[in-house]
Design a protein around this ligand. Structure first.
Ligand SMILES: Nc1ncnc2c1ncn2[C@@H]1O[C@H](COP(=O)(O)OP(=O)(O)O)[C@@H](O)[C@H]1O
Ligand SMILES: [Mg+2]
Length: 280
């Protein structure tokens, strides 16, 4: 039976800033099932991070209801457990470390959540293995590449055994190789470790791997659907201030030139298939 990992209803949030009120979420309802990979898309300032911070109890609920891994996010007594069950990897790879030694950094998080001392070494080993960073125990996080830093940050999150992992634009500051490594790790967490994953991004190509996509615009859910439904809808994306993935753009550009592909491709591979199809 499907189990709801996140169930938010009618969440609204406003920030007060220098006397003015900024409504950043307005009546957002969203459900994420256990094991799903959901991408949340939206332009800068559309409310993605504000929503994510609700999911791991970094921001208190002002309006609406929210349960995370079965815990009521309106109960302050649950905040600690919500943060453990819903881990977050942030945008800036340099702001996420408390220690200058990889294994100490991961141990710090484990100690924070009262992990028995004797379990800590094997939890660190396993977390580093999962993110493909075994052998980096004694290194300084600051000496690593951006992609490696993000994977160490992820190991710290994974080590405390969360149900849900949120990536809040975690690839934004990475070079192409770092992005590829992190995306591959995210895919593996989803496929092999059956984690529930929320991937926040404005790189639409990254959302192709999502089971479901939620499009935010001006603090509201503008659309939800499969990656194919949302990412091939050029007009919808334009309305949300986003450009579709490159293969989708090419599909529409070809169409304007009178070249009609049978279906709109979502990936480079699909584009090649479609083009090969019409060239035969
Ligand atoms: N701490 C804050 N104080 C005041 N306004 C904020 C704060 N954080 C975000 N906002 C505003 O809330 C809106 C949504 O921001 P955010 O959730 O960060 O969007 P996104 O992550 O999609 O870029 C924006 O208009 C932003 O300026
Ligand atoms: Mg953000």
């Amino acid at each position: 039976m499907a189990m709801k990992m996140i169930e938010g209803k009618n969440i609204s949030h406003s920030y007060e800033f220098e006397g003015s009120v900024n409504l950043s979420l307005e009546g957002v309802s969203i459900t994420v099932q256990k094991g799903e990979l959901v991408a949340i898309l939206g332009h800068n300032g559309s409310g993605k991070s504000t929503l994510a911070k609700h999911f791991n109890a970094l921001l208190p609920l002002q309006q609406g209801t929210l349960t995370v891994a079965g815990l009521d996010a309106n109960e302050s007594a649950n905040f600690w457990e919500i943060r453990r069950k819903c881990g977050m990897v942030f945008q800036n790879p340099d702001n996420q470390f408390v220690s200058s030694v990889v294994e100490e950094d991961i141990a710090f998080g484990l100690e924070n959540y009262d992990t028995p001392q004797e379990q800590i070494p094997e939890r660190i080993d396993r977390a580093l293995q999962v993110v493909g960073m075994s052998g980096y125990e004694k290194k300084s996080p600051h000496m690593l590449s951006g992609g490696q830093k993000q994977r160490i940050a992820l190991a710290g999150v994974f080590a405390v055994n969360p149900e849900i992992i949120i990536f809040d634009e975690a690839t934004t500051m990475l070079d192409p190789e770092g992005r590829r490594e992190l995306m591959e790790t995210i895919r593996r967490l989803h496929r092999d470790h059956r984690k529930t994953i929320i991937m926040i991004t404005h790189y639409l190509e990254e959302a192709v791997i999502a089971d479901r996509v939620c499009l935010l615009n001006e603090g509201r859910v503008m659309a939800q659907g499969t990656a194919r439904e949302i990412l091939t809808d050029r007009d919808l994306l334009a309305e949300a201030g986003l450009l579709p993935p490159l293969p989708v753009q090419i599909y529409y550009d070809l169409k304007e030139e009178g070249i009609i592909l049978e279906r709109c491709p979502l990936t480079g591979e699909e584009l090649v298939e479609e083009l090969a199809g019409i060239c035969q």
